[in-house]
Unconditional design. Sequence first.
Length: 318
Amino acid sequence: MHGVDIRSVAPPPGWGVHVDAGAVERLALSWRSEAFPLPAWDYPGLPADRTPRHWFDFCGLAVSVLACLWPPEGEEMWSTEHHGQRLTDAPGVFACFVRAMASGERGPTTALFVDWNDDDAECFFAGSGILQLIPARRRVLQQVSAILAERWEGHFINLVEDAAFSAPGTVERLVSTFPSYRDEWESDQGLLAFDKLAHLSAAMMACGSGIEFTGLDTFPLYPDYMLPMVLRHFGILHYQPELADAVDARHLIPPGSGEELAIRWATVYAGQQLTEALHRHGNSVVTPALDYFLWHQAVLGPRAGTMGEHHRTITMAY
């Protein structure tokens, strides 16, 4: 099946999501002087040790399960305690890895998960509220650890060095080596390759290590839950009434459905349009920096929780 260039082609109109070119231009104009630094990955929950071997292992393992961090309807948002703080979302998941890797109780970091059972996983992700898909997270971490030992001598630095510190090359190796990092969907338009977690992991490896990677400027916006919500908040994404009602009512959107694929496809396409518009207005932002800026507004910034509802799909892809 041929691949679709989801960065340069919008999803078909009948799929339920429209990208408003006028809203893209207006937002780019208002942000033309905005600073978009690459993320420093310095918020609570992240490890202090940034030596390449440790940091790349952390990114490769932790990001592989950085998915579906919202609770079922009516349940409390999951959080975990870290240095006296309650952390949710990505910071909370990262804190679980920092806690385990610092303890040294289960051997080398990348071998930590090989002999896991469901009780081990529940203990690892201990906290309050509900974190969905813990057994699936266990299986992913076991698989990643086993393949890492077999293919890359147990450490992600070997994968990154094999890619010659190319960010796109790192993504390609993550996707081709680890099934859990492969985020592709067949559709009647062709193959839609999102690979959100692989792009995020590679960008974290690059931006948090202090090592110069090539090719970050080729990355797409990452199609997850929060970025479509933010783009919809700014009027860039418009959902057809039935889909808008379902999202706003927190109904589940099935993984791989036309509606879910349209939301993610439109996010990537809108991100490319917004990046190009900012460039036209003299702002040389690279997409991973824009992605982090949007995500931070939705999750950690002062306006977090005020941008409406995100779509809800139960998946380990994002």
